[in-house]
Design a protein around this ligand. Structure first.
Ligand code: HEM
Length: 305
C-alpha cells in the first residue's frame, strides 16, 4: 500500500478507536502553546551549517501536549507528553523539532504501527491489558522495550519537568559535508521530575495547562537542546532501539518560553520539515509521520471545534 493510503488508514483507525473530535489533532489532541526564543551557545558550529544552531537568537513556537487522541481524557491517562518546537528562521523557512517523554517508539514500521492500533482498542485507562501484551510481544518482539516503558511510566510532574526525546535519529551536516547521526533531547532546566502514582491519580483534566501557565508567569522556564552523538553501529533507522546511555551529549542552546500563544494550535509540526544543516535518516516511521500529520492537519482545519 502506498504510504499516503496507509497513513489515511492509520488516521481513520485512530478516529474509530478513540472517537472523532472535530477540530482537534488526531493524536496529541489537547495542548498548550507558547511563544519562545532559542539562543545558540556556539557549540553547534562544530556540527552543522544550520545558522540558528550555530549562533544568535531565533524566534520559536512551542506546543506541549498530552499524547491521547481524545482531548477529554484526564491528563494522567497520557503519561507520555509531547513538546513540539517550530523555529521561525529569518529567511521565512521553518524547522521543526518534536519530542516526547519516551526515548523509544513501539512500532518499527508504519505497517506494524497500523496493525498495532487494533490492540489499542482494548486499552484500559490508557494502558494495554496484560493478555493483549502477551499476544503483541509474541508477534512483534521489537516492541517489547517501548511497551514496557510506557506501561510502567509515570508522567512528568509538569510539562516543564519532562525530558523530551526526538526518538528518531537525524543527521547534522557540517561545512565539509560530514553527516553525523544525532538524536535530540529537550532537557528541562527545572530538572526532570515525575509524578508518583498517588499524585497521578489526583490529577484533573487541564491541571498541566494551569500549572505551566502559573510557572511561566512566576519565573523563567527554559529547556536545553542536547544533541546525543551516535557512534559507528548505532541504529539510525529503528525507533524501537535506544542508543547506549554513555553516548556523548552536546549542548547546543537554550529555549526560553516567553508567553502564552494560541498560534501553535493552528501550526503543523511535521518532524520531516527541516532546514539546511539537518537531514532525515531512513527511519520509515519518521517518513510516515509526514503524510499522517498532513491528513490530520487537513481534517482538523476543515472542522470547527
Ligand atoms: C507511526 C507513527 C506516528 C503516527 C502515525 C503519528 C500520528 C500523529 C498525528 C496524526 C498527529 C497530529 C498531527 C496534527 O494534526 O498536526 C501527531 C502529533 C504528534 N506526535 Fe505523532 N505519530 C507517530 C509517531 C510519533 C513519534 C515517534 C513521536 C515522537 C517524537 C510523535 C510525537 C508527536 C507529538 C509530540 C505530536 C503533537 C505535535 C503538535 O503539538 O502539533 N509521534 N502524531
Amino acid at each position: 500500500m502506498a504510504q499516503e493510503n496507509l497513513a489515511e488508514t492509520a488516521v481513520n483507525k485512530i478516529e474509530k478507536i478513540f472517537g472523532e473530535h472535530p477540530g482537534y489533532r488526531r493524536a496529541h489532541s489537547r495542548g498548550i502553546g507558547y511563544e519562545a526564543e532559542f539562543t545558540a551557545n556556539g557549540e553547534g558550529k562544530n556540527w552543522t551549517v544550520a545558522p540558528y544552531l550555530r549562533e544568535g537568537t531565533t524566534k520559536a513556537w512551542v506546543r506541549f501536549s498530552h499524547s491521547a487522541p481524545d482531548p477529554f481524557w484526564t491528563d494522567n491517562l497520557s503519561p507520555v507528553k509531547g513538546m513540539a518546537v517550530q523555529f521561525k528562521l529569518p529567511d521565512g523557512q521553518i524547522m521543526n523539532s518534536v519530542g516526547v517523554t519516551s526515548s523509544i517508539f513501539f512500532a518499527r514500521t508504519p505497517e506494524v504501527f497500523t496493525e498495532m492500533l487494533d490492540i489499542a482498542k482494548s486499552f484500559k485507562k490508557g494502558r494495554p491489558r496484560l493478555r493483549d501484551l502477551i499476544t503483541l510481544f509474541i508477534k512483534y518482539p521489537e516492541s517489547r522495550a517501548a511497551v514496557r516503558i510506557i506501561r510502567k511510566m509515570q508522567g512528568p510532574a509538569s510539562f516543564a519537568t519532562g525530558l523530551y526525546h526526538s526518538i528518531h535519529a537525524f543527521y547534522l551536516v557540517n561545512g565539509t559535508g560530514k553527516h553525523v547521526p544525532v538524536k535530540f533531547q529537550w532537557q528541562p532546566e527545572a530538572g526532570v521530575e515525575s509524578l508518583n502514582p498517588a499524585e497521578a491519580a489526583s490529577v484533573q483534566k487541564g491541571d498541566f495547562e494551569k500549572e505551566i501557565e502559573k510557572r511561566v508567569a512566576a519565573g523563567e522556564t527554559a529547556f536545553r537542546l542536547i544533541a546525543v552523538i551516535g557512534e559507528e553501529g548505532d541504529p539510525v533507522d529503528d525507533p524501537t532501539k535506544d542508543w547506549a546511555e554513555d553516548r556523548e551529549k552536546v549542548e547546543i542552546g537554550r529555549l526560553k518560553l516567553i508567553q502564552r500563544s494560541a498560534e501553535p494550535e493552528d501550526l503543523l509540526f511535521d518532524p520531516t520539515e527541516l532546514a539546511e544543516g539537518i537531514e532525515c535518516t531512513d527511519d520509515p516511521i519518521l517518513h510516515f509521520r509526514n503524510p499522517a500529520y498532513a491528513i490530520s492537519y487537513k481534517r482538523r482545519n476543515m472542522e470547527k471545534r
